[in-house]
Ligand binder design. Structure first.
Ligand code: ZN
Length: 295
């Protein structure tokens, strides 16, 4: 069964904003592209979902890059969300696996590490607009993002992110939500949301039972006057292309170009998305010849 990945934005008269993301397809794509271990998949899936929730939050088509650089065996987790609804990402050591925690959950905090930095960069297609850092809190991703939003952007938020990996390592559920109080929200509204959230239970179990996540709004904003603002499909997508790879090849020094021409073909892999580009010797020779003619 394929389910369209989606992000849905809601707002309430009580000045509470809610975004809900369903990202099972994206996390499954990342798993296959990078051959991720379950714990690597959980870390990257949570981080990609978090980036989409943060990026979708801004209407001016800002993108968001996140780098969770902890002291755990996974190395850094790198994620970019752009155009408000596309995301890509990778981890330094995709094969790292750890024993489950005592509660049976994947040990994302142990894999990412409890000590280190979260770097957040906001950007538009033209330029970087903002880069800021916060210490990691637990390496569990959602807590780290909430702490970052509070300390660096002064936005009190509740974030919940979860990835459920099935016995056969495919993704059974992936998604999460972001709740933010707009300026002027009453303490009463905030405590109501807080109480509502406790009814959800573990987000992965909830998403397994309610795959679209749409039921979350009725629970989190229960007892309030809320409406859906908009929804959009979200996708795994990279910015790499054969044309980009060719531009890189054209920028090489002449001696390096000659070296490449001695091989039957050139293979390049994009580390962001795992896409492999193969350029044959004839294609490469034609590309370089065209450049010589043009210059
Ligand atoms: Zn790529």
């Amino acid at each position: 069964m394929s389910l369209q990945d989606t992000i849905i934005h809601y707002t309430s008269d009580e000045l509470i904003r809610l975004s809900v993301a369903q990202t099972r397809g994206i996390t499954e794509t990342a798993r296959k592209r990078h051959n991720l271990s379950p714990v690597a998949c959980a870390a990257l899936g949570r981080a990609m979902t978090g980036a989409l929730l943060l990026a979708g939050d801004y209407k001016n088509h800002e993108g968001v890059s996140l780098k969770f650089d902890g002291d755990g065996p996974l190395g850094a987790v790198h994620v970019d969300a752009f155009d408000t609804n596309k995301v890509r990402g990778y981890v330094d050591h995709p094969q790292v696996d750890l024993p489950l925690k005592a509660n049976g959950k994947l040990d994302v905090g142990g894999a990412v590490g409890q000590h280190g930095q979260l770097t957040v960069t906001r950007f538009t297609p033209e330029k970087t607009t903002y880069t800021s850092q916060a210490d990691l809190v637990s390496g569990e991703i959602a807590e780290d993002l909430a702490y970052y939003l509070l300390t660096s952007e002064q936005i009190p938020s509740t974030i919940s992110l979860g990835v459920l990996v099935d016995r056969d390592y495919t993704i059974a559920a992936s998604g999460g939500f972001l709740v933010q109080a707009l300026p002027g929200a009453s303490d009463e509204a905030l405590s109501r949301v807080e109480a509502n959230i406790t009814q959800i239970g573990p987000i992965t179990s909830f998403l397994q039972d309610h795959p679209t996540g749409e039921e979350l709004a009725g629970i989190i904003l229960g007892g309030m006057h809320y409406k859906e603002l908009f929804r959009q499909p979200v996708f795994w997508q990279c910015t790499c292309s054969k044309a980009r790879i060719e531009r890189v090849l054209l920028s090489l020094r002449d001696s390096d170009k000659q070296d490449l021409l001695s091989d039957p073909q050139v293979e390049m892999t994009c580390h962001y998305c795992g896409a492999k580009y193969v350029i044959s010797h004839d294609e490469l020779a034609a590309l370089f010849a065209k450049q010589r003619k043009g210059s």
